[in-house]
Design a binder for this molecule. Structure first.
Ligand SMILES: Nc1ncnc2c1ncn2[C@@H]1O[C@H](COP(=O)(O)OP(=O)(O)OP(=O)(O)O)[C@@H](O)[C@H]1O
Length: 259
């Protein structure tokens, strides 16, 4: 079966269980090129598992994942790792940086692993650190930095190689309220300027809060929101209101919500 041509990333009927305990129960989802798609839901609803399946970190027990019209779910481990290294970026809820490396070296890691030259990698990494307001931290090592600074460096590392798709799993979870909005704004602005597709997971309240901030600044954070409950697509709440849209059967999210 071929993936829909508009969707850069597409999943159909994903099931995944941890030791027999279901985390995803038939989730379908399509993400269009350049789109910022937010996945919300309460704790344990399957957001992380969905992102891990769609990024090739986990193989679904059932279902399909397609990237650029090519299947991911049938690739072997090495091919999936190459795909993740070259085409995907990942931001976790906690910044896992290499403590022995400086901030710029951490941010440059994807480029250095791709075989880019040291000076070019340094220059690109430093420009991303500047863009994320941590340019003055470039020569410092993670233990000397605050959590918010470390998370911005992790964001720079995820964007430095201009991935086709950025997966951001609760990227602002470790941050204080003011830092949250700033980091989300920087992330979404950077992604939009580069045409990077983003799959962003977060709790409803975090995204609502970010949405209000984005609304106040006039910057659209996400193009669409889809909600998960107990490993299934749920009706998607509109921010600030009870309106809800049922999830579509084929994975094209039925809601289209600018926040
Ligand atoms: N490594 C694991 N081993 C066993 N069960 C797991 C594992 N990871 C997740 N689960 C379970 O799978 C279900 C979905 O978890 P998942 O982390 O995908 O949800 P989530 O929506 O991202 O939650 P959170 O917001 O807390 O991160 C939960 O019931 C969770 O307890």
């Amino acid at each position: 079966m071929a993936a829909p041509p508009d969707d850069v990333l597409w999943a159909r009927g994903l099931h995944y269980a941890y030791d027999g305990s279901p985390a995803l129960q038939g989730v379908s989802l399509g993400v269009r090129e350049g789109e910022i798609l937010a996945v919300t839901g309460p704790r344990g609803s399957g957001k992380t598992t969905l992102l891990r399946c769609m990024s090739g970190q986990l193989l679904p027990d059932q279902g399909e994942v397609w990237f650029n019209s090519a299947p991911v779910h049938t690739l072997g481990r090495a091919a999936r790792e190459r795909l993740r290294l070259h085409r995907f970026g990942w931001i976790d809820s906690t910044p896992h940086l290499v403590p022995e490396l400086t901030a710029w070296e951490n941010a440059a890691l994807p480029l250095l692993l791709h075989g880019d030259g040291y000076r070019a990698a340094r220059s690109t990494a430093c420009s991303w650190l500047e863009r994320l307001d941590v340019g003055d931290c470039a020569g410092k090592r993670p233990p000397a930095l605050r959590q918010a600074q470390r998370q911005r460096i992790a964001v720079a590392r995820a964007l430095v190689h201009s991935p086709t798709v950025l997966f951001a799993d609760e990227p602002t979870a470790p941050l204080h309220q003011t830092d949250r909005a700033q980091v989300l704004r920087a992330l979404s602005a950077a992604a939009r300027s580069q045409g990077i597709t983003v799959l962003l997971a977060g709790h409803d309240f975090a995204l609502d809060q970010a949405a209000r901030t984005a609304e106040a600044t006039g910057a659209a954070l996400a193009d669409r929101i889809v909600a998960l409950t107990d490993g299934r697509r749920a009706r998607t709440p509109a921010p600030g209101g009870p309106a809800a849209v049922p999830a579509g059967p084929e994975g094209a999210a039925a809601c289209s919500l600018s926040v």
